[in-house]
Design a binder for this molecule. Structure first.
Ligand code: TMP
Length: 212
């Protein structure tokens, strides 16, 4: 049986270094001679992604449940693409996934969104083989240049979502690794690489499904 590619997710708060690390790891995987596809959620290029983008920029208002479902639908839009890349043996490296979806929705103040409800729309999505959670305190994240203008880039929201981001980790058979992202970038990259490198030759197990 030919090996499929590995599905790797990088999660973390805004300013945790997620996007920079994703780019660095992408280059490393390429230098190792492997094909890699990078995906970022939300994918703001689709029609659903454009609605999410407008909401995040506070150009439109949506009920919290509606926006939660849009974030999930945005993942479903790309689910078959992710599976196709994995089948072709490519590594799929993904900046944020369902764990962010749950954490940010459940972290909202009022009315609270129920965890079981929040997890449900992502059930059966491709499950990552490895999730690297870049852990940084909201204070340290903010000191890296402050949060931007978007709706969730506020200390309270970041702190509450940090507390909830592992709520999804019990699901799926993949590995969940917490990486201390408060250190310098290269130390964080090296630790991430230790977990990623063994997956580069592919896997012979089927892709799992959230939240089996
Ligand atoms: P970004 O800054 O990585 O583009 O993410 C935009 C914001 O959207 C960020 O504050 C996290 C939030 N988010 C959700 O609320 N639900 C989700 O499902 C995802 C993927 C992101």
């Amino acid at each position: 049986m030919s090996h499929r590619g590995a599905f790797i997710v990088i999660e973390g708060l805004d300013r945790s270094g997620k996007t920079t690390q994703t780019e660095t790891i992408q280059k490393r995987i390429q230098e190792a001679g492997k094909e890699v596809v990078c995906i970022k959620f939300p994918d703001r290029s689709t029609s659903i992604g454009k609605m999410i983008d407008s909401y995040l920029r506070s150009q439109s208002n949506l009920d919290d449940h509606v926006v939660h479902l849009l974030f999930s639908a945005n993942r479903w839009e790309l689910a078959s693409t992710i599976l196709a890349h994995l089948k072709q043996g490519k590594v799929v490296l993904c900046d944020r996934y369902a764990f962010s979806g749950i954490a940010f929705s459940v972290a909202k103040n009022l009315p609270p969104i129920n965890l079981a409800w929040a997890r449900a729309p992502d059930a059966s999505l491709p499950s990552p083989d490895l999730t690297l959670f870049l852990d940084i305190s909201p204070e340290a994240a903010q000191s890296r240049g402050g949060y931007g203008e978007e709706r969730y880039e506020k200390e309270g929201m970041q702190r509450r979502s940090q507390e909830r981001i592992s709520d999804g980790k019990g699901g799926g058979k993949g590995t969940w690794i917490i990486v201390d992202a408060g250190r310098d970038m290269s130390a964080v990259t090296e630790e991430m690489w230790v977990h990623i490198r063994p997956l580069l030759d592919g896997l012979d197990t089927p892709v799992g499904r959230l939240w089996d």
